[in-house]
Design a protein around this ligand. Structure first.
Ligand code: SF4
Ligand code: SF4
Ligand code: SF4
Length: 383
């Protein structure tokens, strides 16, 4: 993120309408985008984490200043139900994800075999192999590098938060009052910029390590080509499963990220099963939210159940407040081609619907609000 916002350049160079931008910047599924590249994957052995938060501090020191402060007064979005989100006066918050904080630590006491196990868990973007945040961004602001880094281009993002909505962990966080939307129609088009961990992309491009990895006194995080890292994580998980008395066949209980959301380039290995950690996280988040606020913020199955599997981007999610769950996650981009096609076709379908309405009226079609039910619109002989 060494670039600064260049809204003027974007407007001059792009000279694009929102529709044109959407059409030209549609991002293909990651499977296509990175066909020629070598993805880098991080493996974190959380049994080694002492919870010192040196990683969090290093991330903040390095990247917080790259997130701009908002303009004042901040434009009031229309309609007013679109929320303004301003974290600029709360930059010191580091116990959850915010636009100014890309990494936080979960400090947990996890019931395990009749005792309480102390667990510390660094959380940030998982860098999914086929990320819905990127594939489903209507303005093509999401990027997937050949090295597997998933990031958001702040020069293109309008802050609509589709990425957060479809991310199974609700990772991207919005800062209102910054970004390109201020130069377009600030009241009507957008609401800021979404920010998240970019895995220190500018540093990685220079061949340097991500900051959180570099400063860790325990050196519990490693980075390398995905296949080698998978082998490493698998063998480590087998060791942990054996050491925990579960036997080598139970190793999948001790690894997280291998298959989540179709596979991520962040793989956690633990000394106790992740379903127990997931339940402890859920209990902790419920407590942090206070009474009357359920653990589940999203629709779909798994709500309040420790072993729930999220379905696409609609499962149990605790990220509405910048907190990440650790439940199993099904592959939300299984139908990536269909979804991408739908994204491309959606504006065309809208135009077609507009024309149908316009010319349909002239031909004596039913007045607005009395259209034929959707299942009948395709019938032979219809308008
Ligand atoms: S964790 Fe969320 S924000 Fe990160 S790459 Fe996956 S879908 Fe995108
Ligand atoms: S990889 Fe870089 S940007 Fe991401 S959490 Fe670590 S230090 Fe922060
Ligand atoms: S720096 Fe290392 S040991 Fe300290 S909290 Fe971060 S991951 Fe854990």
């Amino acid at each position: 993120m060494d670039k600064v916002f260049s809204r003027r350049n974007f407007l001059l160079g792009g000279a694009a309408t929102a529709a044109g931008l959407a059409a030209s910047k549609v991002v293909l599924p990651q499977a296509v985008g990175a066909a020629s590249g070598q993805e880098l994957c991080t493996v974190l052995d959380i049994s080694q984490c002492i919870g010192c938060e040196a990683c969090v501090e290093a991330c903040r020191e390095t990247w917080q200043a790259t997130v701009p402060d908002p303009v004042t007064p901040m434009p009031q979005p229309f309609p007013q139900r679109v929320p303004i989100q301003d974290w600029s006066k709360k930059k010191d918050v580091q116990d959850r994800l915010t636009p100014y904080n890309f990494l936080y630590l979960e400090h947990l006491s996890v019931p395990h075999k009749g005792q309480e196990a102390e667990v510390h868990l660094p959380r940030r973007c998982m860098h999914c192999m086929n990320p819905p945040c990127t594939n489903l961004c209507p303005f093509g602001a999401g990027r997937v590098e050949e090295n597997g880094v998933v990031h958001i281009d702040p020069e293109v993002c309008l802050g609509g938060a589709k990425c957060k909505q479809v991310c199974p962990w609700s990772v991207p966080q919005r800062q209102s009052g910054v970004g390109i939307y201020l130069d377009i129609l600030p009241e009507y088009a957008g609401n800021g910029v979404m920010f998240k961990c970019h895995r220190c992309l500018p540093l990685v491009k220079e061949g340097k390590l991500p900051r959180c990895l570099e400063v860790c006194p325990q050196q519990l995080q490693s980075i390398g080509p995905r296949q080698a890292q998978i082998e490493k994580a698998t063998s480590l998980a087998k060791e942990k499963a054996v050491a925990d008395g579960s036997g080598p066949d139970a190793w999948r209980d001790y690894v997280y990220g291998l298959t989540e959301n179709g596979g991520t380039n962040t793989i956690y290995v633990s000394h106790i099963p992740f379903r127990e950690i997931a339940a402890a996280i859920e209990a902790d988040h419920a407590q942090r939210r206070g009474p009357g606020k359920g653990a589940a913020q999203g629709a779909g199955g798994g709500q309040g159940k420790g072993a729930g599997v999220t379905k696409g981007g609609k499962g149990l999610r605790t990220g509405a407040s910048g907190l990440m769950h650790m439940h199993p996650v099904a592959n939300s981009m299984e139908n990536a081609e269909n979804l991408t096609l739908a994204l491309v076709l959606a504006p065309l379908a809208g135009l077609a619907a507009g024309f149908t309405k316009l010319f349909g009226k002239k031909r004596g079609a039913p007045p607005a609000g009395q259209d034929a039910p959707p299942e009948r619109r395709g019938e032979k002989g219809g308008a």
